[in-house]
Design a protein around this ligand. Sequence first.
Ligand code: PEP
Length: 252
Amino acid sequence: MKPLIVANWKCNPITLKEAKKLFNLVKKGVKNFKNAEVVICPPFLYISNLKSQNSNIKIGAQNCFWEQKGAFTGEVSPKMLKNLGCQYVIVGHSERRRNLNETDEMVNRKLKAALKENLRPILCVGNKNRKREKEFKGIRIQMEKALSGIKKSDLKNLIITYEPVWAISTTKGREIATPIEAKEGAIFIRKILAKLFDKNFAQKIRIIYGGSVDSGNIRGFIKEAKMDGALVGAASLKPKEFVRTVKAASRA
Ligand code: PEP
């Protein structure tokens, strides 16, 4: 399967003009890389504009609500995203867990709502502690709660991001994960999936890596760690660097 490279623009850029420019530079740059699947997750309000730019790049959202409509001021529903042509949605990013007190129960409700609309959820799991035992315990709890009450047959489109918080570029004192650490993270996640569902299912789910990924290190994560792709934050805002990152992934 082609590596899946997901750009998480977070709360950037601050004008639609800049968003279109960034998108179009990436679109032009990745046009010939047929061996990678590229998804861009811009802020909500740029989605419809970028969707109409007509390209092979798929569009995702960075979050969604757990209800499809109603009196929920400020929220954006999976149904709305689907109606805009969005195919992917990030759920449970550590910045939302930390800054907005998003709980595992909320992540679970969002995941269920996204699956109901046939969006491909990109579930982020990760811990701020690099000590393996604590880190993996945190991930196990996140996964058990996020996937609680969801049938295996509804999870065919699930993508999991192993995103150690200690490796995210904006984390204070950030450290870079090695491909071996990423590989161990993915193995652990598959173990949990096998326990919650079964081994065959666990092997089929795409697990990507997130945390300071760029053109210099992506090869190690794809080739050595055998990750199914990457979630890219800071480097996705620099068009040349992001295009190089996609290129490296497509040749790994
Ligand atoms: C992220 O926070 O989703 C992320 C991947 O960030 P960065 O690549 O900047 O570490």
